[in-house]
Design a protein. Structure first.
Length: 304
């Protein structure tokens, strides 16, 4: 599960963004709901009578500070990003408190992108924010991360990037490998693979309506203090479903998603460096598969 946590770190850093830079103010608002499902005990993988749900609201903004296009048509830009997620859980019939009832992730970041030669670009990012279970907010809840990616553009639809990522998520600053991959096929039927966010396949039914099948990875992080020790609590979910999208104009679109949770779990990691490399003998607490639903609004006031 540490691998999954690492992928979520990349998502939070912004490595899942597309390489198409936006020239204007853009953003998204999304609400999600996962109904009650049973807690699966990690010791023996027994489905218990304990249940938990998950409700989350997410808000993200992207504000370009400067934007230029070079002779090859590729952008050179600086942008300010901000995003926040607030989640609530109701936990029923547990003998002891295992999971939080609230989580808040809020961060602000700076992104710079520019061409390097004819087929390469560099993408640099830095962000800092508060990642908390809202029981007690202190300096341990502040996480910072940054990275530099060198992106190879094989053609306008395929890009691969790699580079170092620095984060204090695990206590002391650590340098980790960052990866990025984006592939979009042309035509009415479109496949998009974006690592580490997910996979989308669908069709443009009309100029204003599209229907997609999606598989997505997302999660949240919260610092928790247990017996005067700092731990990192990670919530992870992988969902699959159908997503119709409706364009409400040149700059606004509305999304509905209905499907199922392929995986939903929590993990707890000590923030000591030596513990990061330890093998966990016990599986992470998880939940049975259940319904997933979300409603989203996206806007992009870039020049068309």
């Amino acid at each position: 599960m540490k691998t999954l946590n690492y992928y979520l770190l990349l998502v939070g850093l912004g490595l899942g963004i597309t390489t198409r830079a936006q020239t204007g103010f853009s953003g998204s608002l999304k609400t999600e709901y996962v109904p009650f499902s049973n807690y699966v005990r990690p010791v023996d993988s027994v489905k218990t009578g304990s249940t938990s749900d998950f409700k989350r609201m997410q808000l993200a903004f992207n504000l370009p500070l400067s934007f230029k296009v070079d002779t090859t048509g590729r952008p050179k830009m600086w942008a300010l990003t901000a995003e926040g997620s607030y989640a609530k859980m109701t936990n029923r019939n547990y003998e002891e408190t295992l999971f939080p009832t609230k989580m808040l992730n809020a961060q602000i970041g700076l992104v710079h992108m520019r061409p390097l030669g004819k087929t390469w670009s560099i993408l640099a990012m830095a962000s800092a924010g508060v990642f908390t279970d809202m029981e007690q907010i202190n300096k341990d809840d502040i996480l910072a991360q940054g990275g530099v990616l060198f992106i190879k553009h094989f053609n306008p639809r395929i890009a691969f990037g790699f580079g170092p990522v620095v984060t204090n998520t695990f206590g002391v600053p650590m340098v980790l490998p960052g990866l990025y991959f984006n592939w979009v096929t042309p035509g009415r039927y479109q496949l998009r693979v974006n690592f580490p966010e997910g996979i989308t396949f669908g069709m443009q039914m009309t100029p204003s309506v599209s229907l997609n099948t999606v598989v997505e990875l997302s999660g949240m992080t919260a610092e928790r203090n247990v017996n005067n020790r700092s731990f990192l609590l990670g919530y992870q979910q992988i969902i699959a479903g159908l997503r119709p999208e409706f364009k409400l104009g040149k700059s606004l679109s509305f999304q509905l998603t209905g499907g199922t949770t392929l995986a939903r779990s929590f993990s707890t990691t000590s923030r000591k460096l030596k513990d990061f490399f330890k093998f966990k003998e016990e599986a992470d607490p998880r939940f049975t598969t259940t319904f997933y639903g979300s409603v989203g609004l996206k806007w992009d006031f870039s020049k068309k």
